[in-house]
Design a protein around this ligand. Structure first.
Ligand code: PMP
Length: 322
């Protein structure tokens, strides 16, 4: 029998999908880790599980407790599923600029959702800081703190990375993905570099994020903006500390949208915006490295989460993306 134990037992062991047309176009094997196939629908199920398990193991989260988090959405979805499965309550603080679909699903799943104005990280009313304060004020509550809790990247180091290594039989030449917390990029990059220091680890960055300039000049400088959600940041989180990043490729929203439409209409894969940045960067990296290389990236979440924005023609027109 091949049976998985509930929601938690179904997280991970996702397929590695060959993107046929982009592989043919570039002469490389472009492979997408299908994280949208996690039971909560995104790569963040892994971080949520790693964070909750770590808090339980350390005795910080006790039966009947509450998990509080500031999240753009996907981490919240993963957390609330796991909270339901394990008997915890879940409070989610979310910037009110995030998609309606994400907020609705969190409420439906049973989270106590608290939208707050979208203000920069240095402002004490930033959603991440509000979440931290809330957890402090509550009894038997933890702040998941996905940005600076390194249980996040450790989860990827222990699960996502060895899966990629095994699925490619160790024949991976490059790893490229965007960063929100940096847990996925750094956890996987650290493992792959240990296995083979020649694996090229490249950050995919949208406009409005600081990592492109950080990799090029050491300066955390941003320019422009992006409609993508869940990725891009202007600081080095604890999950990014000592990241073995070799390079950074910046992808604009026009290219991300072109890739998203390509994935949908030519590969049959309905993906969200961050996947457009990731796959766009994987394609660009393939062109730079030349034929014959195996490049792994992440298919983060489904396009169904972005119907009202990314897949809405009026929204695309307004943003100059048609
Ligand atoms: N894509 C999406 C859609 C996300 O929600 C996130 C996480 N916020 C990421 C990519 C980036 O993952 P990480 O936090 O591990 O850097």
């Amino acid at each position: 029998m091949s049976v998985k134990e509930g929601f938690v037992g179904s997280i991970g062991n996702t397929p590695l999908i060959r993107l046929r047309k982009l592989s043919e176009e570039t002469g490389c094997e472009i492979l997408g880790k299908a994280e949208f196939m996690n039971p909560g629908g995104s790569v963040k199920d892994r971080a949520a599980l790693a964070i909750i398990t770590d808090a339980e193991d350390a005795g910080r989260l006790k039966p009947g407790g509450t998990v509080v988090e500031g999240t753009a959405g996907n981490t919240g979805i993963g957390l609330v599923h796991i909270c339901n499965a394990r008997g915890y309550k879940c409070v989610i603080v979310i910037p009110e600029t995030q998609s309606i679909e994400k907020m609705d699903v969190l409420r439906t799943l049973g989270a106590d959702v608290r939208p707050v104005p979208a203000v920069p990280y240095k402002n004490p009313e930033n959603y991440v800081k509000v979440a931290g304060r809330l957890a402090d004020e509550m009894e038997n509550a933890i702040w998941a703190n996905q940005f600076d809790n390194v249980a996040n990247r450790l989860g990827h180091y222990r699960t996502t990375a060895p899966e990629i290594w095994e699925q490619t039989s160790g024949k991976v030449d490059a790893w490229v993905t965007s960063m929100g917390t940096g847990g996925t990029f750094t956890g996987v990059a650290m493992y792959l570099k240990e296995k083979n220091p020649d694996v090229k680890c490249v950050i995919a960055d949208p406009y409005g994020s600081a990592y492109y300039h950080y990799l090029k000049s050491g300066e955390l400088k941003t320019e422009g903006s992006s409609i993508t959600e869940g990725i891009g940041n202007a600081r080095i989180t604890k999950n990014m500390e000592d990241m073995p990043a070799d390079d950074c490729i910046r992808i604009d929203d026009r290219e991300a949208v072109r890739i998203i439409d390509h994935l949908l209409f030519e590969e049959g894969l309905f993906m969200g915006g961050s996947t457009g940045i990731n796959v766009g960067a994987a394609r660009e990296l393939a062109l730079r490295m030349g034929p014959g290389h195996t490049i792994v990236t992440v298919l983060c979440d489904s396009g169904a989460r972005y119907q009202s924005k990314l897949f809405n023609n009026d929204f695309r027109k307004e943003k100059g993306l048609v």
